[in-house]
Unconditional design. Structure first.
Length: 368
């Protein structure tokens, strides 16, 4: 059978758009929740509770789908309202935007299996976050940056310049194109979760899904390389910046889902073959776990999204590898931390990576 590259690419655009349309609703919803949470906690003049409770609170916040909690806790950490153990616990327990891939997968995977995987890695992350958060607080690790005399904490947005073109692209074009597409595609994507669909508009849905993915990919890379200093990176300070950040998250999730689907489907189905790939993966689980942790370590949510896509598309993908990526990822909260406190950002990332390997290999040894 002759390989049709064009049809292959279009089908992956459609699959990514279907997943993205569903998860977009969750991203928008949780972004607003994060906005309310940040407003509430930032009003506090002291810490969010006694220090002994910070790892528990951090782990709990980290289990909230999306990256909002990591941004909130990173901000609290910079303001001395949460301990390093609380920060570490949040970063360990978060799945970032990868949680939406697992919760929002439609006909690409078994919904029940994905939900089971989501709950499994959430439990592992929560427990690991609490344990290692307490260990670091117990041994007295303190921030190398934050102190009581720090009165001039800089808002990241002050470093960023905005121009009319970026304002048009992000604040106008993105809203008026992406949001209507999400509204149109979401009902069909939700129905697809349970094996349904709207047959009368299936062709239209297919092409809008393709267009949605293409727009998200273009939008994400243009913003990444050209307009990365847009003020929506001030992150949840206003309703406007919250929604703009959610739009960027949607574009990022759809982009990485598309790339993950395209690469994995090409390698497994076309280049290598399913049988050969499965044989290698089953005989090299320790290597797969290590690679998943490395990918999850990437700043932001992209690495976790890629591993989550691999889990829902590759048969027999190790649960332990998914756990490794989930614990290693730090979500978008790593970016404001890197901007203000590079040393602590590197420490929390390195610790998260080591913890990810430790927990993942143990989970594999006990049958996950």
């Amino acid at each position: 059978m002759k390989f049709d590259l064009w049809s292959f690419i279009l089908d992956n655009f459609d699959a990514a758009g279907s997943i993205g349309a569903y998860v977009s609703l969750s991203i928008l919803g949780f972004a607003l929740i994060s906005f309310v949470a940040k407003k509430k906690y930032n009003k506090a003049k002291t810490s969010i509770g006694p220090k002994w409770s910070h790892p528990i609170i951090g782990s709990f916040l980290g289990t909230i789908p999306g990256c909002g909690a990591t941004i909130v806790v990173a901000s609290l950490y910079q303001n001395k309202k949460v301990s390093f153990g609380g920060l570490l616990a949040t970063f360990i327990s978060t799945l970032g935007e990868g949680s939406f891939v697992l919760l929002g997968a439609s006909n690409e995977a078994d919904v029940v299996a994905n939900l089971k995987a989501y709950l499994t890695i959430t439990i592992f992350g929560f427990v690991a976050g609490v344990i290692f958060g307490y260990l670091f607080d117990l041994f007295g690790f303190r921030s190398s940056n934050v102190n009581d005399e720090q009165k001039h904490k800089k808002d990241i947005s002050q470093h960023f310049k905005q121009n009319k073109l970026s304002e048009f692209l992000i604040e106008k074009l993105a809203f008026y194109i992406m949001i209507p597409m999400v509204i149109f595609l979401a009902p069909g994507a939700i129905m697809a979760l349970w094996g349904g669909g709207i047959d009368t508009i299936s062709s239209l849905t297919y092409w809008i899904s393709v267009a949605f993915t293409i727009f998200c990919v273009v939008f994400y890379f243009v913003n990444l390389f050209v307009f990365k200093y847009h003020d929506c990176y001030s992150s949840y300070n206003t309703i406007k910046s919250t929604l703009l950040h959610a739009i960027l998250d949607i574009a990022m999730v759809v982009t990485f889902v598309f790339i993950g689907l395209l690469v994995s489907n090409y390698i497994i189905d076309i280049l290598i073959g399913v049988k050969i790939f499965n044989k290698w993966m089953q005989s090299s689980v320790y290597v797969v776990i290590f690679l998943a942790a490395i990918i999850g370590l990437m700043p932001g949510c992209g690495g976790m999204i890629a591993v989550a896509v691999a889990f829902i598309t590759i048969p027999n993908f190790p649960m332990a590898a998914l756990i490794a990526a989930a614990i290693a990822t730090s979500g978008d909260g790593i970016f404001p931390l890197l901007a203000e406190n590079k040393k602590d950002a590197m420490i929390v990332s390195l610790v998260g990576f080591v913890v990810a390997l430790f927990v993942a290999y143990i989970s594999f040894a006990i049958g996950f």
